[in-house]
Design a protein around this ligand. Structure first.
Ligand code: DC
Length: 291
């Protein structure tokens, strides 16, 4: 129960897949990650919420932000749990040590506390373990800062999502107005975004940077739907590659058998019809929803 509950979905039969979405704060990662998860029937893991939950607990307990050991102890002692509604891939609530902190982690105070807390190496080590355990349970869109570089370096789809600092500040102000929390002063938000970019990219452990094989998407001035479509297409291509590789390895394994021609023929047609169906399913679903 301390893990994201696995959501049943139509891709389960072809194995698990991670879509890593990294980028600076305010680039639109959360919106995009949730939408992609819904389109593809994946679950969604917001790793920033986990760092925020630890920062919240540290503030409650008065743990100094430069005490790596105490912060690490705290992160290991309190499990972070995400609660889903039935059949919904995006969790509705987040809790730490059994306390619901869904709203409490979205304040300006936590915005300030989370950078130093997330820079603590032992906090990162504790959360890395939890993130891997959760992500390996199924198909996940995982968003954060170091997903493609550190948490899931083997992810077949890696996106580094950016937007100009000015655009991100505008978005933040709009978001804060809508939510009724946080600053609505553009200059203040711009300064805060630049400060967090600096802190996130200059820290020693897992700094914010694109993985070498990440696809860079700049969302400045683009419709969110286009960005979502780009990522869905990347996921589709990765799935096709994985299916093609699986069918090739089935064929070459069969080719090594003693009843070579017969086994090979049967096995190749079995696997290719299975593959064709899977890819076609995916294509149809994609065409309906993602284009
Ligand atoms: O995405 P967010 O704003 O909710 O993230 C909150 C903070 O956590 C942000 O300052 C960066 C940090 N973070 C991190 O260091 N590594 C992650 N994988 C996710 C977030």
């Amino acid at each position: 129960e301390n893990q994201l509950s696995a959501v049943p979905h139509r891709y389960r039969k072809v194995g698990t897949m991670i879509i890593a979405i990294d980028g600076p704060s305010g680039a639109g990662k959360s919106t995009v990650a949730k939408a992609v998860a819904r389109e593809l029937g994946f679950s969604c893991l917001d790793t920033g919420a986990m760092y925020r939950a630890v920062a919240w607990r540290a503030l409650q307990d008065g743990v100094p932000f430069d005490d790596d050991e105490a912060l690490g102890r705290l992160a290991r002692a309190h499990d972070i749990a995400f609660a889903h509604e039935e059949g919904e891939p995006v969790p509705r609530r987040v809790s730490i040590g059994g306390i619901d902190v869904t709203d409490a982690i979205r304040t300006a105070e936590i915005d300030r506390a989370v950078s130093p807390v997330s820079a603590a190496p032992s906090v990162r080590a504790a959360l890395l373990e939890q993130q891997r355990r959760i992500g390996r349970a199924g198909d996940y869109v995982v968003e954060g800062r170091d997903i493609g570089t550190t948490v899931f370096p083997e992810a077949p789809v890696k996106v580094f999502l950016t937007a100009s600092a000015e655009e991100r500040a505008h978005r933040r102000v709009r978001q804060n107005v809508d939510r009724g929390v946080g600053s609505v002063d553009y200059d203040e938000e711009l300064t805060d975004i630049r400060r967090r970019d600096d802190q996130d990219s200059s820290r020693a452990t897992s700094p914010l940077r694109p993985a070498d094989d990440a696809v860079r998407l700049d969302s400045t001035g683009r419709y969110i739907e286009e960005v979502i479509e780009d990522i869905c297409s990347l996921a589709l291509r990765a799935r096709e590659r994985a299916d093609a590789a699986a069918s090739t390895s089935t064929r070459s394994a069969a080719a090594g058998g003693s009843l070579r021609t017969e086994v090979r023929g049967a096995s190749a047609s079995d696997s290719s019809s299975g593959t064709a169906e899977t890819v076609a399913d995916l294509m149809n679903d994609q065409e309906g929803s993602c284009r």
